[in-house]
Design a protein around this ligand. Sequence first.
Ligand SMILES: [Zn+2]
Length: 314
Amino acid sequence: MVNLSRTTLRGFAAVGALAGFAAMALPNAQAAQTSSTNTTAAVASTPPVDSTAKVMSPPPAGDLLTTKSSLTNVVRYNRLYKTGAITPSKCKEVNVSLRTSAGVQAYVSQLDRCIYAAWALPLKQAGAAYKVAPKLIFTTSYKVNSPCGLDTTGRAFMCAAGGKSYIYFPVTPVINYWKQNPTFARAYASFTIAHEYGHHVQWLTGILNASWQRQYGFSTSAAQLEESRRRELQASCLGTAVLGSNKRYYPWSGGLMTQLNNVVSNSGDQPGYPRDHGSLKNHAFWSTMGFNAKHSYTVAGNCNTFNASSAYVA
Ligand SMILES: [Zn+2]
């Protein structure tokens, strides 16, 4: 299927790098609630939680995985959208300080395992290789060498290469947010790993590769960026769907829920940077779609950004 050249991938890294550095400050609404000791200049919003997912390898074969269909069929009518409730992992939140790298790693590693368990059944129903887990790698540097090339954004990213997938998770943003507001940091860390795992789900179901191929087929930058936004907004929707599936067991209420809403409604493309992740408004829309799919359970089927009109993926 998709076999991307190194040249192209260097291109991705360059795009990611452009979008990379932005002030690390809580959104305005949140900054106002924090103590007066917060001297960081507030910005109206935060950049997307990750740089664009990169792919150099097709997914492993699943029992019923369809990748030979047309690209549009793979992204728009994927079996993933017909799958049932995402399984509540029943995981409790790890009670650990996110002030240190070790704390962030313990917190995110547990969530990663819980999210793996939660997606197993829907991925099996989708015919994907549901037992394949991503490799989670914590980073502390702005320069990350991955099998998909160099990433210099300082943000999380997912990379699929050599038949495996990798999630690169920078600990520094979470530690820095923790200093400003621990509850925001917990929500940010949870959302980020869930979003990255969303890309892994896209990869296993063939969506990620098909979407990149579609993107290369478009002749205008505007169409290519729209395709990127469909992919990223879907990853956020799948992320909040898996978080929401566990809402009876995880404290997704009160302060933590407020901060999750804060994260998703303030994260998105920033003025002057590539429009590759989606507007704040649409990011909030799809994140809410994922989390609130049903009253008692969540489904991947609510995350079909590839069947949405352009306005919803602007
Ligand atoms: Zn992403």
